[in-house]
Design a protein around this ligand. Sequence first.
Ligand code: 6PG
Length: 484
Amino acid sequence: MQKLSDIGLIGLAVMGENLVLNMESKGFQVSVFNRSTSKVDDFLAARAKGKNIMGTHSLKELVDSLERPRKVMMMIKAGGAVDATIDALVPLLDKGDVIIDGGNTHYPDTERRVKLVESKGLLYVGSGVSGGEEGALLGPSIMPGGSKQAWPLVQPIFQAIAAKVEDGTPCCDWVGESGAGHFVKMVHNGIEYGDMQLITEAYHIMKDLLGLSADEMHEVFKEWNTQELDSYLTEITRDIMAFKDEDGSPLVEKILDKAGQKGTGKWTGITALDLGVPLTLIGEAVFSRCLSSVKDERVEASKLLSGPKLEFKGDKKQFISDIKDALYAAKIVSYAQGYALMKTAADEFAWDLNYGGIALMWRGGCIIRSAFLGKIKEAYDKEPKLTNLLLDPYFIETVNNAQAGWRRVIAAAVTNGIPVPAISTALSYFDGYRSEQLPANLLQAQRDYFGAHTYERVDKPRGEFFHTNWTGRGGDTASTTYNV
Ligand code: 6PG
C-alpha cells in the first residue's frame, strides 16, 4: 500500500504548485488536487515528475490519501471558492483534521470560517503567504492564525518551507487566534503598497526634477540597496531601471502609468478607518493608484491645468541623499502606522500579537523583506509594549537625522509641482504626532457651535463636557456626547 501523504494541497495555480514543490523538497509527501483535474495530470507529468507528489482527481481521493490528523491546504482564489471548498471538505474530514487557507483572504472571512469549521469539530488555519512565485518555491514568509490546536500540527511543515533569516530562524510563527494571520498579511500588503508608492515618488523626482536617466537611477537604487534602504523592493527597482526593451531603451518608460490593485491595500485602509487609526501613508498609496488609473481624464486635465516650470537649483548629489533620507523617514512613519493598526486591532479583537515576531516573519521571504525590519525587531525586543515605533531611541535618532533632507525634498517637489503624497503625508503625520497642541480645539468649538456637540476644557478635568450658546440664539441643550 502506498504511504499516506503528510499534507494535501488544493489549487495548482503558480503559488500552489510552487508551495507543493517546496514542501516536497523538504522531505514531505504531498497529495494534490485541482478543480480542473487535467492540471493535476499536467503537473505530475511535468514539474512534479519523479517527485514524492501524489495526484488525486477528487476531494475524497485527496482526503483518503492523507495521514491523520489530516491537513488540507487551499491555495485558491479568495472568496466564494473558499467557502464552497470548505463545504465540500467538511463531510469528508474527521474530528481534529485541519483545513488551511493560504490565499489572500479578507480577515473577517477567516474569522467566520474559523467559527464554522470549529463548530464541526475540525480545526482551521487562515494563513498569509507572501513572496510571490519565487518565494513560494524557495521560501515564503508564512503568517498563520486561527485554531491554536492546529499550530503544532502544521508547524513542522510551515517552518521547514518558510524563508530563514541569517541565524536560521524561520520567517513563520503562530500569529494568533481567529483572523489574526490574515490580518497581519493584510497589513503586510498595505505596507507593501506604501513602500512601492514611496519608491515611485523618489523615481518621479529623480526623473523629472533631476533629469536622471534610468541607467543613472539604476546606480542610485544600487547604492541605496547597500545601505539602510536595503530591501527586496529597492533591489527589484534597481533591476527594473536597468532592464532594456528589445530596442535597447528602458522598458519601464514604455509601461502605461496606470496602476492595478487587487484590494488588500484598500482593506487595510478601510480597517484603519474603522478602528480610528491614522494610517495615512497606506491610504495615500491606495488613492495614488486610483488617481493613476484615471489616465484618460488626466490626459485631458493636463491640457487645461498648468503647474510651475520644473527647475532644479542646487547640488544633485546632495539632493539624491536628501531623497534617500526622505524615503527612509517616510518608511519609518509607514511602519509606525502599520504597527499602530495591528496594536489597535489586537486590543479590539483580543489577539496577543508578538510585534517583534511579526517583524521577524517579514524579515525574509516576503515582498516587504528588508534589513530595516531587523531594526523593528530590535525595538520590540527591547520594549515589547512600545506605544509607537517613532518613540524607539533608534528611530527617534534616525528620523531626527533625516528630517532636514525630508523637508527639503517635499519643499522642492511642491515648488516644482511633483506630487509626493506618501512622502508628504508621512511628514504631516510626524509633525502632528510630535505636537503637544493641535488645532482641534477650534474644531471642537465649530462642532459645538453648529451642533451643540460639546467640548472638554483645558482648565477643567477630562471627561467633563461643556456646551456654549455661541450666538445667543441657540439653546443650552447639548447633543449627546459619543465618539465612533
Ligand atoms: C505577496 C503579495 C501578494 C499580492 C500581490 C498583488 O505578499 O506575495 O502581497 O500577496 O497579492 O502583490 O497585489 P496588488 O495586485 O493588490 O498590487
